[in-house]
Ligand binder design. Structure first.
Ligand SMILES: [Fe+2]
Ligand SMILES: [Fe+2]
Length: 139
C-alpha cells in the first residue's frame, strides 16, 4: 500500500460521492406524487451529506499531493420509484464497504484522522441505507 494507492482509493470514493449528488438531484426531479414529496425531502437532506463527503475527500487528496477527480461515477436511471430506491440502497451499501476498506488503508499508512473520518463516513452511509430500507418497506 503506497500513498498513490490511497489517493486512488480516495478518488474512487470522490467519484462515487459526486455521482450520488447528481443521482439524488436527478431522482428528486423524477419523484412524483405523495411518496415523491417525502423522497424529495430525503434527497435534499442527503445531498448535503454527500457534498460534505466530497468536499472532505477533495481536501484530503490535495493534502496528499494528489489530483482530485471531477468526473462523477455513472449510474443507472430506473423509472419506477421502487427500483430507484433499490439502486440507491445497493450503492449506499457499496459506499459503506468501500469506506471501511479505505479506512484500513489509511490506518496502514499512519493517517489516523483520515482513518477515523472514513469510518464516520461509512456510518453516515449506513444511516442513509437505513432510511432507504424504511422507505422501501412502505412501497
Ligand atoms: Fe457520502
Ligand atoms: Fe450516502
Amino acid at each position: 500500500m503506497s500513498k498513490e494507492d490511497l489517493i486512488n482509493s480516495l478518488n474512487e470514493d470522490l467519484a462515487a460521492e459526486l455521482g450520488t449528488v447528481i443521482r439524488y438531484n436527478y431522482q428528486a426531479g423524477k419523484s412524483y406524487g405523495i411518496l415523491g414529496t417525502e423522497l424529495r425531502e430525503m434527497f435534499k437532506d442527503e445531498i448535503k451529506d454527500e457534498l460534505g463527503h466530497a468536499r472532505f475527500l477533495t481536501d484530503v487528496i490535495i493534502d496528499l499531493e494528489g489530483e482530485p477527480v471531477t468526473i462523477p461515477k455513472d449510474f443507472d436511471k430506473p423509472n419506477a420509484l421502487r427500483n430507484m430506491l433499490e439502486l440507491d440502497l445497493k450503492m449506499e451499501e457499496e459506499d459503506v464497504k468501500n469506506y471501511l476498506k479505505h479506512s484500513k488503508e489509511a490506518e496502514e499508512l499512519g493517517h489516523i484522522e483520515l482513518k477515523m473520518k472514513l469510518e464516520e463516513m461509512a456510518a453516515d452511509e449506513a444511516g442513509h441505507a437505513r432510511v432507504l430500507r424504511r422507505l422501501l418497506k412502505g412501497i
